[in-house]
Design a protein around this ligand. Structure first.
Ligand SMILES: [Zn+2]
Length: 111
């Protein structure tokens, strides 16, 4: 199954105290890359994920790029192996992306 169009909204999260944005970019923007983790000249921290990836590959790539953001000194081979293990474990435990998932604030709850 592939994720169609631009249904995936950007996600913002803190990684080691810094605010990061995960955005789902078009294949044209990504070239041959599945994911990127970088800091813009404006100091904005950005993870880009190719939005046309199959769900399982997207899961792996999100984990992979978040590992780079979290522990930038890790070797590529270590990041790759850890991301593959985490993605396999999540899939074995039947975690999947919720259909129509969006980054929407819930109303009426204060926590
Ligand atoms: Zn990498």
């Amino acid at each position: 199954m592939r994720v169609q169009g631009n249904r995936l909204k950007p996600v913002r999260l803190r990684i080691r105290g810094a605010l990061w944005t995960i955005r789902f970019a078009s294949p044209q923007e990504m070239g041959t890359d599945w994911g990127r983790c970088w800091e813009k000249p404006t100091n904005a921290r950005l993870i880009e994920i190719r939005r046309s990836l199959r769900e399982r590959d997207m899961c792996n790539t999100i984990i992979h790029e978040c590992l780079h953001a979290c522990v930038p000194d890790l070797k590529e081979s270590t990041v790759d192996e850890a991301a593959c293990v985490a993605a396999r474990a999540l899939y074995a435990a039947q975690y999947r992306r919720a259909r129509g998932a969006r980054c929407v604030k819930k109303k009426g709850r204060k926590r």
